[in-house]
Design a protein around this ligand. Sequence first.
Ligand SMILES: NC(=O)c1ccc[n+]([C@@H]2O[C@H](COP(=O)([O-])OP(=O)(O)OC[C@H]3O[C@@H](n4cnc5c(N)ncnc54)[C@H](O)[C@@H]3O)[C@@H](O)[C@H]2O)c1
Length: 285
Amino acid sequence: MVRDSIDRIGVVGAGTMGSGIAQVAATNGYDVVMRDVEREFVENGFDRIDDSLERLANRDALPTDPGTIRERIEGTTDLDALGDADLVVEAVLENLEVKQEVFADLEAVCVEDVVLATNTSTLSITSIASDLEHPERVVGLHFMNPVPVMEGVEVVVGEKTSPEVTDLAHEVAESLEKTTWESDDKPGFVTNRILMPWINEGIRAYDEGVASKEDIDRGMELGTNVPMGPLTLADHIGLDVCLHASETLAEELGDRYQPAYLLKRKVEAGDLGKKTGQGFYEYDD
Ligand SMILES: NC(=O)c1ccc[n+]([C@@H]2O[C@H](COP(=O)([O-])OP(=O)(O)OC[C@H]3O[C@@H](n4cnc5c(N)ncnc54)[C@H](O)[C@@H]3O)[C@@H](O)[C@H]2O)c1
């Protein structure tokens, strides 16, 4: 059973993805409640939203003024504030135990017909929902980074996810001006299952001296018509995120998913890509 009308969306986690999801939901007219564990993290989320709204407003890419959109988002550290949401999207860190705890908390505050979605990139929807009384209301809504810019959302169907919850997930994503595709709950879903080996192979090719990093990226961009080559894309995603995703996939799918040696070495050195100013390339801001 799902609600006929979704008016208020809860977001758990005000980090990179949670703040982006809150922003896009508010931009499309939803009331939003965005929850993190510390007030400081909520405020950081609002700072990211303000910056992004300002950039979009400067490009005339918003349906209304940033202030109106911003007012639709309530920031909180209070778990109970999620209790009046019609649908909740979880976007906390990529750790199964943490996500299971968050879903147990959500089950305690959200009544049975509230859909509980997870933005996980690599974890099993079925495992995240496994201890719940109502696993049929759990679905993957895998937004891409940066959420306000990327058009695609992957809807991931767990073993127990009900068809009406899956349909609602597509509808809600489409109401956020996104285009969806559907994946079964298999490791990495469609996107990361194919993307992570591609990135790791690009890194290995560089490490083995097949070509310069610029030529590897240029070759893939011009030769296969992708907007970014593997080394540039890895820097944008975050090398720690790529490493963690590759390790999770390798556990499930075997050795062909093992992370490239150079990826591990860069992460150990603290060079995590764009966010630290140094990855395969150097970044000024
Ligand atoms: N960053 C990406 O490129 C990307 C892309 C797609 C999906 N994802 C997935 O989205 C999720 C979030 O990733 P992110 O990059 O936004 O992480 P992040 O580290 O930027 O943000 C996570 C936030 O969750 C908060 N948090 C932790 N426990 C919490 C709890 N119990 N209740 C409320 N908030 C809590 C943290 O304080 C932090 O602010 C992960 O599952 C990740 O795999 C990330």
